[in-house]
Every structure is written in C-alpha cells, then in structure tokens.
Design a protein around this ligand. Structure first.
Ligand code: FES
Length: 229
C-alpha cells in the first residue's frame, strides 16, 4: 500500500513591499507605533484598517495596498480579513453610518417600522447611501442596548431609542453638523490619542520576531522534508 501524499505547506507570495503612498504622515506614524506593539507585524492588520478608515471614511484599495506593505501580507489578505468584519467597509459609505437593530427586542418595539421609515424618508434601501454622501443606512443584529429599543447607532455611537419623528430630527442634526461634537465622521473610533501606557521595547520586539521567523522556517522545512519522503 502506497504512502499517502502529504499536503504541501502553503506557499506565500514573495513580498516586496512598496513604500506607502496613500496613507498620510500622521496615520503612518500611528500605524508604525501600533505595529511596534506586536511581536508579529501582521497582528496589527485590523487596527491599521481602522486607522485607514479614519483617514478616508472607508477602506480604499490604495489604503489596503499600503497596509499590506506595512504588515508584510498581500493586499488580498487585507481584503480577505477586512471583508469579514462589519465595522470595516471595503466600499464607500456615507459620513454617517446609521445602524438600525432589527433583532428580537427591537423588532417587538417597532424596529421594522422604523427601518421602513428610514428607507422611505431617505430614499435608499438598507445598505444604501444618500446621494449627498451624508447617510448610509444599515440593518443591524443586536447592538447590545436592548433596553432602549428600537436601538440605533450612528458611527457606532448609541443615540438611544428612536421613533420615526425623532429619527427625522436625528438625520437633520447629522446633516447640519449639530451632532459633530459627539459623533465624528465615520471611521473615527476615538478622538483622544493615548500618550502613555503600553510601550514596546524595539529590541525585545525584534528578538521575538526573529524567533517567530525561525520557528516558522523550521516548521516549513519539516513539512517540506515530509513531502519529499
Ligand atoms: S435586540 Fe436590538 S439592541 Fe438587542
């Protein structure tokens, strides 16, 4: 009986990262600080996607190329990761992403009617963006604020239970900028930047990365040896 053919180790594309061309200097500096916190640069992939969204409001193809180069993966891997998460948008969205929860507690409190009103009054379906680029509507699963149903979030900030009437006022306030103080543009998760706290020792990080690379190489070599036998 012949030996089963071992599965070959997956090959990674050879990466020759180009210098970032899209992310601005401030975002790049913050990105490099984040990368320095992790033993493996690719572990910073998702935080960097959020940074890119802070710059552009969504995750543009150009930003994904920059991120890929910064963390040592391919742009396809950035897209493959980002497309898994609701908070990362790989297509343009409005300045305000309004999420209406239609899970059970909110449904019982009128969420379906609220969503229908939102779609009718804005002239867009769920997932759509108004022509002025101000508002994107999303239907959301439970947003963990069930006691204030039907729950609505704008750019991931809770805005309390809404009625059709209060929803119209909310949209007017978002468009006029009246809520800018508490609800920044989509993509900005926080506006206070940490200046103290976790600090990475560059030498320790470099050593951990070296050891991780050695371990990976040893694993790949043992798989290759197994495949040749
Ligand atoms: S069901 Fe709507 S927030 Fe939980």
């Amino acid at each position: 009986m012949s030996e089963p053919t071992p599965i070959a180790a997956p090959r990674r594309a050879s990466l020759t990262p180009a210098a970032p061309t899209h992310l601005n200097a401030d975002i790049l500096a913050r990105a490099r600080q984040l990368i320095a916190l992790y033993p493996e640069a690719r572990s910073a992939l998702i935080p960097l996607c959020h940074l890119a969204q802070e710059q552009d409001g969504w995750l543009t193809p150009e930003a994904m190329v920059d991120i890929a180069g910064l963390v040592g993966v391919t742009p396809s891997e950035v897209l493959g990761t980002a497309s898994f998460y609701d908070m990362l948008h790989t297509e343009p969205v409005g300045r305000h992403v309004v999420a209406v929860c239609t899970n059970i507690a909110c449904l019982l409190a009128g969420a379906a009617e609220l969503l229908e009103h939102a779609e009718d009054s804005l002239g867009i379906g769920s997932g759509g963006t108004t022509s002025d680029g101000a508002i994107t509507i999303e239907e959301a699963e439970c947003l963990a604020d069930c006691d204030r149903a039907p729950c609505v979030q704008v750019n991931h900030r809770y805005v309390g239970a809404q009625t059709p009437e209060s929803f119209d006022r909310l949209v007017a306030d978002l468009r006029s900028g009246a809520r800018d103080a508490d609800i920044p543009s989509h993509g900005t998760l926080i506006r206070v930047q940490r200046t103290t706290g976790i600090e990475a020792d560059p030498a320790a990080v470099a050593e951990e990365r070296r050891l991780a690379a050695e371990a990976r190489a040893a694993r790949d070599a043992s798989r290759t040896d197994g495949g040749a036998g």
